[in-house]
Design a protein around this ligand. Structure first.
Ligand SMILES: [Zn+2]
Length: 391
């Protein structure tokens, strides 16, 4: 069984590599797909649920809306067209290095029962003390990425790219085991995590998916940075960046996340940094695992990575990818439009907390299977020709 799985995996690794070097996604010089070692194990469903302490999300009693798709008193799971919660079909894992620690981390994604949400479990910490629910109220640091923690002091850093992959793949429930304090950085994007998810596939669960529907605009600002969320059908994001570096400059993009387009448009966009920042971080004992294998590094001369960029506007795409991951810390998929201007993790979290703290600004609603499909145009208002950008 393991051998068969391994063979299938290797085939998919090959096709993944082809996709990376093919016409659709060519970066000059081809380029590495990702670092890390993949392994698959047999089905291992999480048994017995999770500790009660993890269920600290906002109470849904006041917020569960019966939309036009569901009528009061219905068993919502049986309503035709209702989208169901999803988890992984089987457990699957990988090994990679932590961006800041530079140490190897073993990561395992395991199916979890409906209603669990996304739970991180530090296997190097015994018992419940190592469990941290992916919830914006559990964020303990957002300086260099998103770190969440629990009351026992256990923390999990750099969760945002994995969270983005889970949102992009429509996974509601998952147990994420890791044997260290940081999610492996892999290639600096969400693609390796999405690849793991695709290798094993997802399965619908017997419970309706509950979304957080934005009812009125909420905005936070910090100097010339801002983040706003407003009512909209489906989930869409816009982002504007304006860097002094001519390599990045001004970039903006708007995208409607539908029909799994996260994979092609966002998942492969890598994190980025400047050489002087990398030197500062190293002096502080951080970014020890950072390299050209897991980030775009920019000097005054331009992009240092031999393979160049994966997209002309890879930087703004990565900022949107980060926002997808940050916003999934709401504990459920958002229905609304996000717009960020030079925003980052801290401001995104602030926005989410402000939204969730105002009960008139949102409500839970049951998603229908068709709610992501009624919009045929997948990208709106892009500042450049998207087909050219992807090619
Ligand atoms: Zn990022």
């Amino acid at each position: 069984m393991k051998f068969v799985t391994q063979t299938k995996k290797n085939n998919e690794l090959s096709s993944y590599s082809v996709a990376n070097n093919g016409a659709m996604h060519t970066a000059p010089g081809g380029g590495k797909s990702f670092v890390g070692e993949f392994h698959n194990i047999s089905v291992d469903k999480l048994a017995g649920g999770l500790p009660a302490q993890l269920d600290n999300r906002p109470s849904d009693k006041d917020h569960l809306a019966n939309t036009e798709h569901t009528n009061s008193g219905h068993n919502v799971a049986s309503v035709p067209g209702t989208a169901l919660q999803r988890t992984l079909k089987n457990s699957i894992g990988c090994t990679g290095i932590g961006l800041h620690s530079g140490s190897d981390v073993n990561l395992m994604l395991r199916p979890a029962p409906s209603g669990t949400g996304i739970v991180f479990r530090r296997t190097d910490i015994s018992g419940d003390a190592g469990d941290v629910l992916a919830d914006v109220h559990n964020v303990v640091d957002a300086m260099l990425g998103t770190t969440i923690g629990n009351a026992s002091g256990a923390t999990v850093a750099t969760i945002e790219h994995l969270m983005a992959a889970l949102r992009g793949a429509g996974i509601d429930n998952l147990l994420i085991e890791l044997d260290g304090p940081e999610i492996p950085i892999m290639d600096g994007s969400a693609a390796p995590f999405l690849f793991l998810i695709e290798c094993t596939g997802t399965v619908a669960q017997n419970a309706p998916r509950r979304a957080i529907e934005v009812l009125k605009p909420v905005k936070v600002t910090d100097g010339n940075k801002s983040a706003e969320i407003s009512p909209a059908p489906g989930f869409s994001l816009g982002f504007e960046i304006d860097f002094e570096s001519a390599t990045i400059g001004k970039q903006d993009m708007e995208i409607q996340l539908v029909n799994g387009n996260f994979k092609d448009i966002l998942s492969r966009a890598r994190t980025f940094g400047f050489t002087h920042e990398v030197e500062q971080l190293r002096a502080l004992g951080l970014a020890r695992g950072g390299s050209l294998d897991n980030a775009i590094v920019i000097s005054s001369e331009g992009v240092l990575n031999e393979e160049g960029l994966r997209f002309n506007d890879e930087f703004v795409r990565h900022k949107i990818l980060d926002s997808v991951g940050d916003l999934y810390l709401a504990g459920a998929p958002l229905i609304g439009h996000f717009h960020g201007v030079r925003s980052g993790h801290a401001l995104n979290h602030m926005l989410l907390k402000k939204l969730l703290s105002d009960s008139s600004a949102w409500r839970y609603s049951i998603q229908t299977a068709s709610s992501d499909r009624h919009i045929s145009q997948t990208i709106v208002g892009h500042s450049m020709d998207v087909s050219a950008a992807i090619a």
